[in-house]
Design a binder for this molecule. Structure first.
Ligand code: PLP
Length: 478
């Protein structure tokens, strides 16, 4: 190493130390921060003005710039009172695993370039498959997120069930609660909207199996080929789990691939108390499972698992002349042959690292805590007047709505939107809206292991205070 390189290395080391110190100090203040901080017009103008310099600047100046001008302006999705969408309650262990892995910049597309990391990913995938009830032929891949996991599985489904000449006849089945990434993925792999059937759900937001069966029969009668049913294990809106055993037997009868989108809910497999809720998942041909949701990992970390790993390999393997030196031997796996990415980071390492330190029992207990949080929210709501529970607490999600009698549906929609905005602007908690049965509702998704009972009850109390305040003028009129 020459003198200049040594000087630069020392600077990097100091910058890393400074960053870690600043980051950890900030983390300690997390509870005091607002849930979201959006860059205002001035800040955006400032960022746009920075530009790309012809001559660089000292590292510490650029680090400070990142801390002060970039990272500060974000939704704190890892805050214990961020309850929107699917929060990202990231474990510091994952964070450490992530930066360690990034530091070594491992090419995990082939065994030859990442033998130890590929072996760990293989072992971890094997263990996750076991949790899902899969047997020895199973396998899978770490990908960037649920959208990618869904599309990867759907591509394997298409190639396994349809022939190239019959692809245009293939039909896919989702429910009206299936995550939008599934339809997006289907369109990307060449299944048009006219070949995607949206099956209605029952009163508990679970796919109606009778209607699914009727739709399959009607399509067969029309000369089409049903090739994949996408069941959900934990829908985004309500946490509902589709009737997996019934859907599995229907798929088996008709020779259809069953995919389970467990991006949100598959983590429940690691709990002792609630694992039974996912019974039937073992019959699925493929499963999506996000580690950056309820396994507390940094973005992006997700798994696609398949009952028969040959189905992923058959779709994705390639053997160009410039990769011949990287051919895998028997018992080795080239993960570049199992999915879309050739060059890929070893995403599984941070999850493996987290599990090594925490242990899977503690991980299971942390997941179970979320169930309790949503139940506390429902309990507190039931004590208040004029609140309706739209979907009961399940898989750490509860949906509800302030709907006093005497106001119209439109007024109730507006009121709930205003309540959400008020609590976010206040900065105490992130409670966002969704729509169920055509109504605007408030939704709490509570999966942070550090969220307390008082966090939950105080959030509901504050929502109720805003509800009363905004309802007052309406009450006067009605
Ligand atoms: C059920 C479900 N599937 C898929 C996705 C998409 O996952 P990602 O955002 O990681 O692509 C989500 C995201 O919330 C989800 O809840």
């Amino acid at each position: 190493m020459n003198k200049q390189e040594m000087r630069f290395n020392n600077q990097i080391q100091r910058a890393v130390e400074d960053f870690v110190q600043m980051f950890c100090a900030n983390k300690g203040e997390l509870a005091a921060h607002k849930i979201t901080l959006e860059a205002d017009d001035n800040q955006i103008a400032k960022l746009k003005k920075i530009g790309i310099p012809a001559k660089g600047c000292p590292i510490d100046k650029a680090v400070t710039q990142m801390m002060e001008d970039v990272y500060k302006y974000r939704a704190r999705v890892n805050h214990p009172r961020f309850f929107g969408f699917v929060p990202g309650p990231v474990s510091m262990l994952s964070w450490l695993g992530d930066i360690m892995t990034a530091a070594y910049n491992i090419h995990a597309g082939s065994w030859a370039t990442s033998s130890a990391a590929s072996c760990i990913e293989q072992e971890l995938i094997g263990w996750l498959c076991e949790q899902a009830g899969y047997t020895e032929k199973s396998g899978g891949l770490f990908v960037s997120g649920g959208s990618m996991a869904n599309m990867t599985a759907l591509t394997a489904a298409r190639d396994t069930i349809l022939k190239e000449e019959t692809r245009h006849l293939g039909v896919a089945y989702v429910s009206d609660q299936t995550h939008s990434s599934v339809e997006k993925g289907l369109r990307i792999i060449g299944i048009p909207n006219t070949r995607i059937r949206k099956i209605p759900t029952d009163g508990c937001f679970r796919m109606d199996v009778e209607q699914l069966k009727n739709a399959i029969k009607a399509d067969i009668a029309d000369g089409l080929i049903p090739f994949v049913v996408i069941a959900s294990a934990g829908t985004t809106n309500t946490g509902s789990v589709d009737p997996l055993p019934e859907i599995a037997s229907l798929c088996q009868n008709y020779g259809i691939w069953m995919h389970v989108d467990g991006a949100y809910g598959a983590s429940v497999l690691l709990t002792k108390k609630y694992k039974y809720l996912l019974k039937g998942i073992e019959a699925a041909d493929s499963i999506s499972w996000d580690a950056h949701k309820w396994l507390f990992q940094t973005y992006g970390c997700s798994m696609v698992l398949v009952k028969n790993k040959a189905n992923l390999f058959n779709t994705f393997n390639t053997h160009p002349e410039y990769l011949k030196d990287l051919e895998a031997k028997e018992d080795q796996i080239n993960y570049g042959d199992m999915g879309m990415e050739l060059t890929r980071p070893a995403r599984g390492l941070k999850l493996w690292f987290t599990l090594q330190v925490m242990g899977s029992d503690a991980m299971g207990a942390a997941i179970e805590h979320g169930f309790q949080l949503a139940e506390w929210a429902e309990d507190e709501l039931k004590k208040k007047r004029d609140w309706e529970i739209i979907s009961h607490a399940q898989l750490a999600i509860v949906n509800f709505r302030f709907a006093p009698s005497g106001i119209t549906e439109e007024q109730a929609d507006e009121l709930n939107q205003k309540i959400s905005k008020a609590i976010i602007d206040n900065g105490y908690a992130g409670v966002f809206t969704t729509e169920l049965n055509g109504k605007k509702v408030l939704r709490i998704c509570a999966i942070h292991p550090d969220t307390t009972e008082s966090d939950i009850r105080n959030t509901v109390r504050l929502l109720n205070e805003y509800a009363q305040e905004f309802y007052l003028p309406l009450r006067a009129i009605s």
